[in-house]
Design a protein around this ligand. Sequence first.
Ligand code: KG4
Ligand code: ZN
Length: 341
Amino acid sequence: MPRTILGLESSCDDTAAAILRGREVLSSVVAGQGGLHAAYGGVVPEIAARAHAETLDGVVAEALREADLTLGEVDAIAVTAGPGLIGGVLAGVMMAKGLAAGSGKPLIGVNHLAGHALTPRLTDDLAYPYLMLLVSGGHCQFLIVRGPEDFTRLGGTIDDAPGEAFDKTARLLGLAQPGGPSVETEARHGDASRFAFPRPLLDRPGCDLSFSGLKTAILRQRDALVAAQRGLTRQDRADLCAGFQAAVRDVLSEKTRRALALYRAEHPAQPALAVAGGVAANGSLRAALRDVCADAGVVFTAPPLKLCTDNAAMIAYAGGELMEAGRASDMTLAARPRWPL
Ligand code: KG4
Ligand code: ZN
């Protein structure tokens, strides 16, 4: 029988627990903290840490209940040990250690980014190696994924992550958080050509990206409109969102083309691109990446949305692969705010 693994995730503003049996998701519970941070315009680490500590018990109980299992029937406990907001990561690691000590089950620490990067193997059975574009609220990088601990970074953002840029754009325009879905919704009835947005770093070779200039462009355009007409109309907002989203999409598409060329030079036999992270939920970006892959004769996969954003199923899955590879953690497992792949 395949291993049954309880996964825990608490590195940002979602408290999550999930149970996997092999590649079958028996339960996946995600408790968001959106409302708690809404008044502050961003995730407040102290508030997040306290909420994780208070919520973890409940989400673990809920994940076990939905899977109709007791802790004694679980084979191992996997937990995000970084990177992320240290208070939240600590809360998860302490909870996992307590569960492991209490039940005598093995403990395995998982890198949150590896969780995202391995998700296409959980959902699509994708074979190694593949190219991964990880785009989230905290991260943006191109990775060649060769194994659960074998990653090569081809490039990434030199400043903000794209999700952060979506969130800041929403904030500047008075739209709800998280900004990605709000901006995407507004952009649907907007004209992307009305305002000029830069396409940062396209003039430079390589796969690095930059998003902070786009956020500044939104600020400038907004202020110009406010000065000229004392406020923003619904259409102004939609057009700004559409222009911003088109710029993000164009830059990510072009850099993906370049990353694919580098990847294929090394791995000509198996052309595959997988995308993960919260920004991969963006329909316009997905469609553009699908086109890039179709043009290049490359297989494109994107996990279903609820496994693209932060969740614990991906942590349980990555934990399982690490255990297959003979890895295990013990009670010295440390929470790491930084942990590059
Ligand atoms: O992966 P994730 O859940 O958390 C981490 O950052 O690790 O990603 C959250 C980010 C947020 O910045 C959110 O605005 C963005 O993903 N996001 C989107 C969309 N849905 C979520 N960005 C663009 N378009 C979307 N539809
Ligand atoms: Zn994430």
